[in-house]
Write a protein that binds this ligand. Structure first.
Ligand code: KG4
Ligand code: ZN
Length: 359
C-alpha cells in the first residue's frame, strides 16, 4: 500500500509518499516541504492570510515533486512533470491522506480541498488525519535514532510539544487513548517564539534558543519552571514569558551579554517541567515506552535529558524521538498515521477543522 500524504496546517506545504514495509515499518519514499517561514520571520510571527496565500502557491508543485521523487524521476519541463506525476498518482498510489486539523483555517483548506479533488478525480480512498496524533506517530517511521531500530510498543505515553500544543497522552492502542493534561495557556513552542520576540531573535525562536543555550558553560540565571510541583499533568508557560519580560526590562541597559544566559534559563525551565511530568505519567501508567513529537521535540537538550532521567528512574523504559526532519511539520508523519490507522472516508465527508483536538 502506497499513500500520498498532504500537510498544510500552518506555514509548511508538504507532500510525501510513504509505504508499509514488511507490514510493520513505515518507509518514506519522498517527503517534500516548502516553507513560507522567511516571510513570517519578517513579521516576527505568522499572519494567517499570508500563510494561506503561500500554501496556494506551493501545493501543486510540492505534490508533483513528491510523486516524481517517490519514483526517483527527474524531469526538466513543467509539462513533462505534470504528465508523469499524474500517471504516478493514477497507477502507483493507493490512497490519499490529509491533515484536516488543528491549524489555521486558510492553510488547512488548501490541503483538504486539494486532497478531496484528487480523491474524487482519481477515485482514490481518502484518510483524514489529526495533525497532533501524527506528530507522535512520526516515531514509527524507520529511522536511525531509534533504539536498535525497534518499533515503539504499546501501551505508551506520548508527549506532544509543538508551536501550538503541549499535551500528555496515554495510549493503549493507536486509537484507544486518554488525554492526561495539557497547557492552560501558551504551548511550549509558542512560549519559546514569544520570548524570542522579546529578545529580538529569529522567528521561530526554538532553534536559536537551543543554539544560544549550548554556548552557556556556567549558568547564572534561573527562571521558575512553571507548575513543576503540581501533581497533575497540566502545564503553563505564559508566566515564564512575563518573567523574562521583567528581567529584560530590568537589564535593558546591558542586555546583549546576557542573552545566551536567558536562553539557557528559559530552555531549562521548559524542559524540566516537560520531563518531570512525562516521567510521572510513565510511572503512573506503568508502561515501557515514551514517545515525544512536535517541533520542540527536535531540541537536543530535551531529548538527551529525558533519556538520561528515564535511564535513572525507569530502567526498562525506552524513549523515542523522531528524526529532526520528522519533528517539525511534514507530510511523512501524516502518511505514517494513515498507514497505521487506515480508516478511509468518502471524499465529501472531510471538512477542515481548525479547532480539532482529541476525539
Ligand atoms: O510542530 P511544529 O513544526 O509546528 C506546529 O505544529 O506548531 O513546531 C514548531 C515549533 C516552533 O515553536 C519552534 O520554535 C519549535 O517548534 N522548535 C524548537 C526547535 N525546533 C523547532 N523548539 C526548541 N528547540 C528546537 N530545536
Ligand atoms: Zn505541528
Amino acid at each position: 500500500m502506497k499513500i500520498l500524504s498532504i500537510e498544510t496546517s500552518c506555514d509548511e506545504t508538504s507532500a510525501a509518499v510513504v509505504t508499509l514495509k514488511d507490514n510493520k515499518t513505515i518507509e518514506v519514499l519522498s517527503n517534500i516541504t516548502a516553507t513560507s517561514l522567511a516571510i513570517h520571520a519578517t513579521t516576527g510571527g505568522i499572519i494567517p492570510e499570508n500563510a494561506a496565500r503561500e500554501q496556494i502557491k506551493y501545493i501543486i508543485p510540492v505534490i508533483t515533486e513528491a510523486l516524481l521523487s517517490s519514483e526517483k524521476i527527474n524531469l526538466k519541463s513543467d509539462k513533462e512533470k505534470f504528465v508523469k506525476s499524474k500517471e504516478i498518482l493514477e497507477e502507483k498510489i493507493d490512497a490519499i491522506a490529509v491533515t484536516y486539523g488543528p491549524g489555521l483555517i486558510g492553510s488547512l483548506l488548501v490541503g483538504v480541498e486539494t486532497a478531496k479533488t484528487l480523491s474524487y478525480v482519481f477515485n482514490k480512498p481518502i484518510i483524514p488525519v489529526n495533525h497532533l496524533l501524527a506528530h507522535l506517530f512520526a516515531n514509527f517511521i524507520t529511522n536511525t535514532t531509534q533504539v536498535k531500530n525497534e518499533q515503539p510498543e504499546f501501551p505508551l505515553i506520548g508527549l506532544i510539544v509543538s508551536g501550538g500544543h503541549t499535551d500528555l497522552l496515554y495510549f493503549e492502542t493507536f486509537s484507544k487513548f486518554k488525554w492526561l493534561g495539557g497547557t492552560r495557556d501558551d504551548a511550549a513552542g509558542e512560549a519559546l517564539d514569544k520570548i524570542g520576540r522579546i529578545l529580538n531573535l529569529t522567528y521561530p525562536a526554538g532553534p536559536e534558543i537551543e543554539e544560544r543555550a549550548k554556548q552557556v558553560k556556567t549558568p547564572e540565571i534561573k527562571f521558575q519552571s512553571p507548575l513543576i510541583y503540581s501533581k497533575d499533568f497540566e502545564f503553563s508557560f505564559s508566566g515564564l514569558k512575563a518573567e523574562v519580560a521583567r528581567f529584560v526590562e530590568a537589564n535593558k541597559d546591558n542586555l546583549e551579554p546576557k542573552i545566551n544566559q536567558i536562553c539557557f534559563a528559559v530552555q531549562k525551565a521548559i524542559i524540566d517541567v516537560l520531563i518531570k511530568k512525562t516521567i510521572r505519567a510513565a510511572k503512573m501508567y506503568k508502561n515501557n515506552t515514551i514517545l515525544i513529537g512536535g517541533g520542540v521535540s527536535a531540541n537536543q537538550a530535551l531529548q538527551t535529558q529525558l533519556k538520561k532521567q528515564v535511564k535513572n528512574e525507569l530502567i526498562n523504559t525506552q524513549v523515542f524521538s523522531p528524526e529532526r526532519k520528522y519533528s517539525t511539520d511534514n507530510a511523512a508523519m501524516i502518511g505514517a498515521y494513515a498507514l497505521l490507522n487506515y480508516e478511509p472516508v468518502e471524499w465529501n465527508q472531510i471538512k477542515a477543522n481548525p479547532e480539532l483536538y482529541f476525539d
